[in-house]
Ligand binder design. Sequence first.
Ligand SMILES: NC(=O)c1ccc[n+]([C@@H]2O[C@H](COP(=O)([O-])OP(=O)(O)OC[C@H]3O[C@@H](n4cnc5c(N)ncnc54)[C@H](OP(=O)(O)O)[C@@H]3O)[C@@H](O)[C@H]2O)c1
Length: 330
Amino acid sequence: MTHPTRAIRIHQTGGPEQLQLDHITAGEPGPGEVRIRHHAIGLNFIDVYHRTGLYPLALPATLGGEGAGVIEAVGDGVTHLKVGDRAAYAGAGAGSYCDVRVLPAMTVCRLPDNIAFDTAAAMMLKGLTAQYLLLGCRPVEGLNSGDHVLFHAAAGGVGLIACQWARHLGLKLIATAGSDEKCALALEHGAVHAINYRTENFAQRVREITGGAGVKVVYDSVGKDTWEGSLDCLQPLGLMVSFGNASGPVPPFSPAILAAKGSIYVTRQTLFSHIRTRERCQAMADALFEVVSSGAVNIRIDQRYPLEQVQEAHRHLEARATTGSTVLLP
Ligand SMILES: NC(=O)c1ccc[n+]([C@@H]2O[C@H](COP(=O)([O-])OP(=O)(O)OC[C@H]3O[C@@H](n4cnc5c(N)ncnc54)[C@H](OP(=O)(O)O)[C@@H]3O)[C@@H](O)[C@H]2O)c1
């Protein structure tokens, strides 16, 4: 049997105008799969990389990496979900910008009753990312309560979750953001200092704030524009965690630079390595559900759009005009 669904697809890569509303069908779930009816869909910067072709997809492609809704059908071998369950997911590959979808059950998690669908859709990809960055990606000398870290684009979707989770862990998170208003938001959410990196030299400011010592970890999703400055913020043996390229990909570099900056470590991370098994994904999701349920982390949805207004949502995200998370409502 097939189930009609609207889907936001690209038939070729390019600008937001390439996002088009198509009418397609979803089938029955095969072994290891489920069918979910979305109640809310999360927007993420990776959707922009998919749309522009920076991260290539087979075309035509339905975009979107995050969603929440109700399980409508369960394939053979799926034991952790049943029909009627409230559920949410990230990391199942692109395809969440639609009403109904068949996808591998591996990263789909049952949603606690106290977490609303829109909150779940706003937090799975971003919150699991904040989780692995702060807890699953450690510098060689460890990361302890009271340590300074630097987090770029801290007023964004991943950023505001990371600010709060870092405060919860006792870390002193220094935020950067692209306006004074965004800096104020990062401070409100747990950053101990905030630097407007459009008007200030952030590397210089980080040295001042840390009394010359530098930070143990830099979390950098901005890429090209912040790469060099970020390396200058680290303590000897510190860790540079590159996890995105909002301003463009990091250019090639010589390993010798790592010695010159204090024998620092560099890693390029992706969520998909961390949630590669059902057990890992569920354990990370449980940690996220716990901090959200306890109130330690509040998921801030600052933009909501009907699914069909997805072009506008992409324009805002790319123009650095958003804060916190954005959801699309089917
Ligand atoms: N590797 C992973 O596992 C993983 C997982 C999730 C997300 N990410 C990455 O994490 C980052 C945050 O994702 P998100 O979905 O939460 O997005 P977001 O932070 O809400 O939006 C991106 C932010 O990047 C900043 N930025 C700096 N230079 C920019 C430029 N030239 N163009 C556009 N934005 C620029 C902007 O904040 P300011 O105005 O404050 O600079 C913008 O708001 C993205 O780079 C994403 O790819 C990586």
